[in-house]
Design a protein around this ligand. Structure first.
Ligand code: ZN
Length: 149
């Protein structure tokens, strides 16, 4: 798969990927897709409270691109809240800086380098791990991107 040279840097994969209003059957809902770069823009600007300048640096994009991204993300969040849509976080041209794993045996969640795949839980040594970057189809590609930097 060709790598987009404009891939935006995302700190780590989101822990939750699907949101929907309570009490509505899933199949009746309109789905909005929040792309990973839009998610990161919201996370940096509104959750971490970073200035747009710092946030755009963190993602490796221009400030004007960041502003457009965060505006698009907020519009989607507003649509979701007002219209009761289902929201799925996926896609976007991105690479992760770090990975997140969760152990299926003891539920321990931990961040780790994207450079090498973790095979066991540091606490209980179980090999039953959920690899969040892999869940988004990422990992090796982020690694390659990182080597270029
Ligand atoms: Zn464990």
């Amino acid at each position: 798969m060709a790598r987009n040279p404009k891939a935006r840097a995302i700190s780590h994969p989101p822990l939750f990927t699907t949101f929907k209003p309570a009490g509505v059957v899933g199949t009746k809902l309109t789905t909005i897709t929040l792309e990973l770069d839009e998610y990161e823009a919201i996370r940096l600007a509104d959750y971490e409270g970073l200035e747009h300048e710092k946030a755009s640096d963190a993602m490796g994009i221009s400030r004007s691109t960041f502003t457009r991204l965060v505006e698009r993300a907020r519009k989607k969040m507003a649509l979701m809240l007002v219209e009761g849509s289902k929201l799925v976080i996926d896609g976007g041209s991105v690479h992760f800086k770090e990975n997140v794993y969760q152990c299926k045996a003891c539920n321990h969640r931990f961040r780790a380098s994207i450079l090498e795949e973790k095979k066991e839980c540091p606490l209980c040594h179980s090999s039953e791990l959920v690899d969040f970057a892999k869940g988004f189809g990422h990992g090796v590609c982020c690694h390659a991107k990182k080597e270029k930097e």
